[in-house]
Design a protein around this ligand. Structure first.
Ligand code: MN
Ligand code: MN
Length: 328
């Protein structure tokens, strides 16, 4: 068959008025599942899973996150109820499936994810990833990061720890130390929001502060309130390129119990939504939502919370795409 000129295709979620929301094969936000090779020229924002938890040091399960998140994401709709943003009208969004992973080889998985995300990035497609444990942010940043990239990081943990069991440098507690060492992020333009919980040693806290990271511990989040945190986060990241990484354990475990390393005394879902909305207008290069571990929350509520944060982020990415993207 002769090669044909491919028409530009619009991808939109299947309406709940056409196919009931509980029916059909679940994809992220009910978007078409498309092959990157077949549709790269058409896609503006790629949603994908990274079903891998080989960086988890304690309670595994985040490898099952993307599948449950896809299921619960069928509850999302088209219009943001506060901003009025319609991400699927602003940008061509698609579910491109899961990255390749190797469940028994950490370094091989990091290489596979980096290669996959690198291919997306090379085609000027914005990435919105669903983890997986938090180590998956490292290969994403290896593909799209740089020393001009800042980060807004929601988490109970700084994830700037150094080593585990002596010499292991790659765990879900170390991705951002490695990213800073590899100059994939500008530490002076990183803000970490919601940090709490005990440490192994005082040095765990000091290293990040010494790099210039702005750490807003949960007590300060409550003192500043949503508006104050947003003001401070925007001051820190400024006008340059910004990545957003959202670890569901930033939320109090009453909202997100399905995660590997829960810490009590966290933020509420409403506060987190408010803080993400406050990032509107930043030059966002991509985002991820990680650490959903369905075995610890078979109800699916943690996954629902996580995909709702994905929808909040998608609204910002889609608007940003129109303002900053190199694509027409
Ligand atoms: Mn984390
Ligand atoms: Mn965490």
């Amino acid at each position: 068959m002769a090669a044909m000129e491919r028409p530009s295709r619009r991808f939109r979620p299947v309406s709940g008025n056409v196919l009931p929301r509980f029916a059909g094969i679940p994809t992220f936000m009910r978007l078409p599942h498309v092959n990157l090779e077949d549709a790269a020229d058409d896609i503006d924002i790629a949603l994908f899973g990274i079903p891998w938890d080989g960086g988890t040091t304690n309670r595994p399960g985040a490898r099952h996150g993307p599948r449950q998140m896809r299921d619960l994401s069928t509850l999302m709709r088209n219009v943001h109820h506060v901003s009025g943003l319609q991400p699927f009208e602003l940008a061509n969004c698609a579910d491109i499936g899961d990255t390749p992973v190797n469940p028994i080889d950490l370094e091989d998985t990091l290489a596979r994810v980096e290669r996959f995300v690198g291919e997306i990035h090379a085609k000027n497609i914005t990435t919105l990833a669903a983890g997986g444990d938090h180590l998956v942010s490292l290969p994403i940043l290896r593909a799209i990061g740089g020393d001009d990239v800042g980060m807004v990081h929601f988490d109970a943990h700084t994830d700037t720890w150094d080593r585990y069991f002596g010499e292991s440098r790659y765990t879900h507690g170390t991705p951002f130390r490695r990213a800073i060492e590899e100059k994939l992020l500008d530490p002076k333009r990183i803000v970490q929001i919601g940090i709490r919980g005990g440490l192994y040693t005082p040095e765990d806290k000091e290293w990040g502060l010494a790099q210039g990271i702005r750490v807003i511990e949960i007590e300060e989040v409550f003192d500043l309130g949503v508006e104050g945190v947003v003001r401070e986060a925007r001051r820190v990241v400024g006008n340059g390129r910004v990545y957003v990484s959202f670890d569901v354990d930033a939320l109090d475990p009453v909202y997100a119990p399905g995660t590997g390393t829960p810490e009590i005394g966290g933020m509420t879902t409403v506060q987190a939504q408010g803080m993400i909305r406050g990032l509107r207008g930043l030059d966002l290069v991509g985002a991820d939502v990680v650490e959903v571990a369905p075995p610890f929350d078979p109800s699916g509520n943690t996954a629902l919370v996580a995909v709702t944060m994905m929808f909040e982020l998608l609204c910002l990415l889609a608007e940003c795409h129109g303002r900053f993207s190199k694509k027409s």
